[in-house]
Write a protein that binds this ligand. Structure first.
Ligand code: CUA
Length: 159
């Protein structure tokens, strides 16, 4: 069978690319470049109901006049709901899941992380604009995934 030179070149290039992609996966897995979120804090998802932070999660004072907000995600809700935080102060979210992987997206902001069973995902954001924001689960988690919605109320600080 006769194959044109250009076609051969493209075939080899495509094969080479696949090789590069596979090598990237193997190397990053082998060198442990793929890691769970943030600071790799683990938690037993089966005992969240007894966990002092996540059994009945509630905001608490944090550094810099901000708040620390533990959030438990589960099919198909976020707790607490609504989450109330001050505007213009650092808000440190600590997310975990009681069952499967969920997402935590504060719509209209860049606050977005995954809630993973077995891990605590932590990140800090500041919301400058007071208002009520929708929190959406943006990882498919089951039949009622589309109904997994929470609310974040950013309150103007009373001087
Ligand atoms: Cu939780 Cu989708």
């Amino acid at each position: 069978m006769h194959v044109e030179l250009y076609e051969k070149i493209w075939m080899w290039a495509a094969t080479g690319l696949i090789g590069v992609f596979l090598a990237t996966i193997v190397l990053s897995a082998g060198l442990q470049a793929m890691q769970p979120p943030s600071h790799i804090e683990t938690i037993d998802p089966t005992t969240l109901a007894q966990n002092p932070e996540f059994a009945d999660p509630a905001p608490r004072p944090g550094p810099g006049g901000g708040v620390i907000v533990p959030v438990r995600a589960e099919m198909f809700s976020f707790t607490p709901d609504p989450i109330v935080v001050p505007a213009g102060r650092p808000v440190t979210f600590r997310l975990t899941s009681a069952d499967v992987i969920h997402g935590f997206l504060v719509v209209g902001t860049n606050a977005n992380a995954m809630a993973l069973p077995g891990y605590v995902s932590q990140f800090t954001v500041t919301f400058p604009t007071p208002g009520t924001y929708t929190v959406a689960c943006d990882e498919y988690c089951g039949l009622m995934h589309h109904n997994m919605v929470g609310h974040l109320i950013v309150k103007e600080e009373t001087p």
